[in-house]
Write a protein that binds this ligand. Structure first.
Ligand code: ADP
Ligand code: MG
Length: 234
């Protein structure tokens, strides 16, 4: 069903209205975005412009108010709960600003978890997790717990976890937003390398122009709309 000619992600006419405490909030006002397989796209714009909302809807974590999303050619709104769970587990990896690691699991266990959720045996999951850990430079931290890691190490765990099951699409929401500039640059370089090496499609949100500059293509958002698709970061 997933064909290489299909875009990894297609979002068409997406609107999102949140209930809001006082009045409804129109977070997205008709956004369309197509991302080819293997592409690295940065979504950039000021805080509150709708980047996280667009990424969550693009990763099938949230539903739009109107419009459609397809991932690898599958329309998300046509899937039942099981289909949606399967799509999320197999086709998507997430990297968040605050890492979102499971505190009671070791580094190796955090990284292996997505494979276990897709039905891999514990032995296969651990072996794959070790390989990916080595690639992101975490071989010496496998039995550590998240609280024992630096921010940069924690984000490398999250990145390893996002790619271990070889998803079609990795979504990274402000992945350098909680890191100092040197560590943030290293994390960004790692994401760009993994995009090149593994061909994983990467959609990254950031409010920082220099982070966006690492991408193949930059989508500029403002006030719930795509203001410009392509071109320079500034
Ligand atoms: P960004 O990631 O670019 O900072 P967001 O997508 O987080 O933007 O938010 C877009 C708009 O939607 C903002 O006005 C924000 O306050 C609002 N918003 C986001 N999430 C919710 C929510 N769960 N309930 C109500 N409003 C929300
Ligand atoms: Mg955000």
């Amino acid at each position: 069903m997933t064909q290489s000619s299909e875009p990894a992600l297609r979002a068409e006419g997406i609107t999102k209205i949140y209930a809001g405490a006082d009045a409804p909030v129109e977070a997205l006002r008709g956004v369309s975005l197509s991302v080819a397989q293997g592409e690295f796209v940065a979504v950039v714009g000021p805080s509150g412009c709708g980047k996280s909302t667009l990424l969550h809807i693009s990763g099938a974590m949230d539903r739009p108010t109107a419009g459609r999303v397809s991932i690898g050619g599958r329309f998300v709104d046509e899937l039942d709960e099981d289909g949606l769970t399967g799509l999320r587990r197999r086709q998507i990896g997430f990297v968040f600003q605050f890492f979102n690691l499971l505190p009671t699991l070791t580094v190796l266990e955090n990284i292996a978890l997505p494979l276990l959720l897709t039905g891999a045996s514990p032995a296969v999951a651990a072996a794959e997790a070790r390989l990916v850990s080595a690639r992101v430079g975490l071989s010496g931290r496998l039995t550590h717990f998240p609280r024992q890691l630096s921010g940069g190490e924690a984000q490398r765990v999250a990145i390893a976890r996002s790619i271990v099951h070889r998803p079609l699409l990795v979504i990274a929401d402000e992945p350098t937003g909680n890191l100092d500039s040197v560590t943030g640059a290293q994390v960004l370089q790692l994401l760009a390398e993994l995009n090149r090496e593994r061909g994983v499609t990467l959609v990254l949100a950031t409010h920082e122009a220099h982070v966006a500059a690492a991408a193949h293509r930059i989508v500029h958002m403002r006030d719930g709309l795509v203001e410009r698709d392509g071109g320079a970061a500034a």
